[in-house]
Design a protein around this ligand. Structure first.
Ligand code: HAM
Length: 419
């Protein structure tokens, strides 16, 4: 039998889970600092939640199946449709704005590269009910706060920012309908990976003049908002919003992490406004996180739209980046005391001592078998315990236990009720 987990998935041995918990601890702490409430949803969702005809990669990568009753289900590839489903269930009764976060495991049948897997955990933060880039500014503040806590700086990570409204303005000029806009964005996003002629052919297949691709490529090459403003009739105010977002970023103090990147589109059809994606500056890794505004997602599920924006931040690329920068923490098991009895006749006494210590909130590793003293020392060292608590016959007969501080090497005998 093959003992490896299915290709692209991970086992989490205790040391792996310590690292994961450490990272999730930072996700949770930043969510707390920004006052986001945690929610969750099933990892299995109805396939219809993802039936989007825009040709997105994420839909082609679905883990889809029928259950025993024939229901079409998928392992969720992302959290945003589930969030929309939750919000729609309580439409009208939710206090807005709503700031929610979650750390779901997501599944995508991906081509595997470094940091890209077939399952990943994705920290999501979303704000619904705020129709202003103040919301995006707050989300970007959360991302930079998280990255800083992990030991990274603006020298390590760049967050590229743009707005779909720029592309929307170009599309409006070309008379492209609202229905065609999402699929067009998905195709334009492919320009990085797919030859231009292929993208043009697919654009033409949508019934859109492929000439738009050339125009988009020209705009994508521009380096500043001023240059874009000179070329695009931006009636929807996308450029003004981006200017305000960069201003707000300066107020928050994280402007040096951001760069306007006219070529950024993102591959999900539902974004309508600001989009952003973070990358390591001097490493060859895929995106660390990505998100944007999606003001029209709820109506695609038959509900009333709400202004919305958010991001997803995976657990895989960031760990690769931290490893590369030497920023992964050492995370030994958190044991306070190893309790060890010399000989089986003191085993019960050792249990009492362990119970006493645990009652005081200490983490106790009680040695359960007959072992030599040398083994106990080595073991205590291996689990990085703070103290070794020894029960020996002579001391015990006087009501004493021996405590060895494993950092200083200091040893003393202590009455059992002071242990
Ligand atoms: P996404 O760009 O598809 O956006 O994914 C967001 C992040 O999840 C990526 O930047 C990456 O960190 C991580 N990620 C995605 N796929 C994989 C994979 N196969 N292996 C490892 N990590 C991966 C979304 O999913 C949007 N729903 C985010 C969002 C939330 N937008 C608004 N709210």
């Amino acid at each position: 039998m093959n003992l490896s987990p299915p290709r692209g998935t991970r086992d989490f041995f205790p040391e792996d889970l310590r690292l994961r918990n450490w990272l999730f601890g930072h996700f949770r702490e930043v969510a707390r600092l920004f006052s986001f409430a945690e929610y969750d949803a099933p990892v299995i969702e109805s396939e219809e939640l993802y039936v989007r005809k825009a040709g997105e990669e994420i839909v082609e990568q679905l883990y889809a199946f029928a259950d025993k009753s024939g229901r079409r289900l998928v392992l969720r590839p992302e959290m945003t449709p589930s969030l929309a489903r939750l919000v729609l269930q309580r439409a009208g009764s939710l206090a807005l704005p709503l700031k929610w976060y979650s750390i779901p495991q997501c599944w995508r049948y991906e081509r595997m590269t470094r940091g890209r897997r077939r399952e990943h955990y994705q920290w999501n933060m979303d704000i619904l009910g705020v129709d202003d880039v103040a919301a995006e500014a707050e989300l970007l503040a959360a991302i930079t706060t998280l990255l800083s806590r992990l030991g990274l700086s603006a020298r390590d990570v760049e967050i590229r920012v743009s707005s779909r409204k720029i592309l929307q303005a170009v599309a409006d000029d070309a008379g492209i309908s609202a229905d065609q806009f999402g699929p067009l964005c998905v195709l334009i996003d492919k320009l990085e990976k797919v030859p231009r002629e292929e993208v043009e052919a697919e654009v033409a297949a949508l019934g859109i003049d492929p000439g738009i691709v050339g125009r988009v490529v020209d705009i994508a090459a521009l380096g500043s908002l001023d240059e874009v403003a000179a070329l695009v009739h931006d009636e929807s105010g996308g450029i003004a919003q981006l200017r305000r977002l960069f201003d707000l970023a300066a107020r928050y103090g994280y402007a040096d992490w951001l760069r306007f990147d006219a070529s950024l589109v993102r591959g999900l059809a539902y974004y309508t406004g600001v989009v952003f994606e973070a990358f390591g500056r001097d490493v060859d890794l895929r995106a660390i996180c990505g998100g944007g505004r999606y003001d029209r997602l709820l109506s695609t599920f038959g509900g009333k739209d709400l202004p919305a924006c958010g991001f997803g931040f995976g657990d895989a690329v960031i760990v690769e980046l931290l490893a590369e920068k030497g920023l992964l923490p050492e995370l030994p098991p958190a044991v306070d005391d190893v309790v060890f009895a010399f000989g089986p006749e003191l085993r019960q006494a050792a249990m009492e001592v362990a119970a006493r210590l645990r009652h005081r909130g200490r983490s106790v590793d009680l040695v359960l078998e007959d072992r030599k003293m040398k083994w106990a020392f080595r073991h205590a060292d291996g689990v990085a315990a703070h103290r070794l608590v020894l029960l020996a016959p002579d001391e015990w007969s006087l009501g004493l236990v021996r405590i060895r501080d494993l950092r200083s090497g200091e040893e003393r005998d202590v009455p059992v009720d002071e242990v």
